[in-house]
Design a protein around this ligand. Structure first.
Ligand SMILES: *Cc1c(COP(=O)(O)O)cnc(C)c1O
Length: 388
């Protein structure tokens, strides 16, 4: 199938086939792990498109084609981690440039923009992007990058991708969407006007909590060229084995996301009805403020659920977090197994306490990455943990 034929296929078909061909030399149906650092040349400069493993690798090429196919993008560029993908985009800015980002976002992105790029004269501000007027008011003449995360982390607030992409375009600003939480199965930002889509493939795309990786997808040739130059020149590349594992994960992405969504909906409804819980954050609940936008913008509500205990204290959070038997207390998300996380002390600890509280990240806020286990077991596990 060529790229055009692939575009007309459904997402589940693209997940299995995009970017992949049976191996030309052996007929191997699955893309081999090309564990090589270099490639033979018949004469100087006479090669088969591959020269050196930092620049490119056939297993990586297959993954890049797969991710681009899923996001409906022309280009896919893989990195050694999600943070490395974000880093490459930020490196394309210059001293004096300004980044405007969501105030409820992956903690590592905050740390990268503030602590790594700040000293190089790249400034950043973090605002509530669920309100377009707030974003517009926070734009500066020197703003060059709008960094959107939706649903946000950990409050799963919804941000209007089309509205913010239109705003960015009208001001000549690049709009990048971190699509890690939704995945292309539930949301395709390039189709809604974004310039760049960023992934931590470590999460749902890999899906099995056994590999770290990142990617950027885009239809913009100039951005693709800049990012490929950085892959070659700065070298944050994934190994062939990691690409193979990620590719193995994306094949089942469509079926996994269906189960993640189904389980998360059931858990959110259970928690919403429980008096031990003060508030549930899940786009699939009709009572949730972002619900209508989620219905418009997404093809499903995702596997991330956050909730606030009625007893808003570190002690109460600790009791629940220490008592589950099916949910594992750990950082990260998006794997087949259910995880729970305490944003205040774990994933979002790098955000200063004052800013964290101002952004609504309470001490007794718990974030769930709902896995694909039997939902009855997950609900029973939460029920007994809440009773501790
Ligand atoms: C994990 C994560 C990242 C960073 O990705 P790594 O693969 O851990 O480097 C970025 N954004 C979001 C939303 C994430 O969850």
């Amino acid at each position: 199938m060529n790229a055009n034929e692939m575009k007309s296929m459904g997402l589940a078909t693209r997940a299995v086939h995009a970017g992949q061909q049976p191996d030309a030399s052996t007929g191997a149906v699955m893309t081999p792990i090309y564990q090589t650092s270099t490639y033979a040349q018949a004469a100087p400069g006479d090669h088969k498109g591959y020269e050196y493993g930092r620049v490119s690798n056939p297993t990586r090429t297959a993954l890049e084609g797969n991710l681009a196919g899923l996001e409906g993008g022309k280009h896919g560029i893989c990195f050694s981690s999600g943070v490395a993908a974000t880093d490459a985009i930020a490196r394309c800015l210059r001293p004096g440039d300004h980044i405007l980002a969501s105030n409820d976002l992956y903690g590592g992105t905050y740390r990268l923009f503030r602590q790594v790029f700040g000293p190089f004269g790249i400034t950043s501000d973090f605002v509530d992007m669920s309100d377009v007027a707030i974003v517009e008011a926070a734009l500066k003449p020197e703003t060059k990058l709008l960094w959107i995360e939706t649903p946000t982390n950990p409050l799963v607030r919804l941000v209007d991708i089309q509205a913010l992409s239109d705003l960015a375009r009208s001001r000549g600003i690049t709009a990048a969407v971190d699509n890690t939480f939704a995945t292309p199965i539930l949301q395709r930002p390039l189709e809604q006007g974004a310039d760049l889509v960023v992934h931590s493939t470590t999460k749902y795309l890999g899906g099995h909590s056994d590999v770290i990786g990142g990617a950027v997808c885009t239809n913009d040739d100039a951005w693709a060229e800049k990012l490929r130059f950085l892959v070659k020149s700065a070298g944050a590349v994934p190994g062939p084995m990691d690409c193979f594992l990620t590719l193995r994960g994306t094949k089942t992405l469509d079926v996994r996301m269906q189960r993640h969504c189904e389980n998360a909906q059931a858990i959110a409804e259970f928690l919403e009805a429980d008096p031990r819980v003060a508030h549930v954050y899940y786009p699939g609940l009709p009572s949730f403020p972002g619900h209508d936008l989620a219905v418009r913008q997404m093809d499903g509500f995702g596997g991330m659920v956050s909730f606030l205990l009625s007893d808003d204290s570190m002690e109460a959070a600790n009791r629940v977090l220490s008592a589950t038997k099916v949910f594992t207390l750990a950082e990260s998300l998006g794997g087949v197994e259910s995880l729970m996380n305490h944003p205040a002390t774990m994933t979002h600890a790098s955000i200063p306490e004052e800013e964290r509280r101002a952004a609504g990240l309470h001490d007794a806020l718990i974030r769930l990455s709902v896995g694909i286990e039997s939902k009855e077991d997950l609900i029973r596990d939460l029920d007994q943990a809440l009773g501790q």
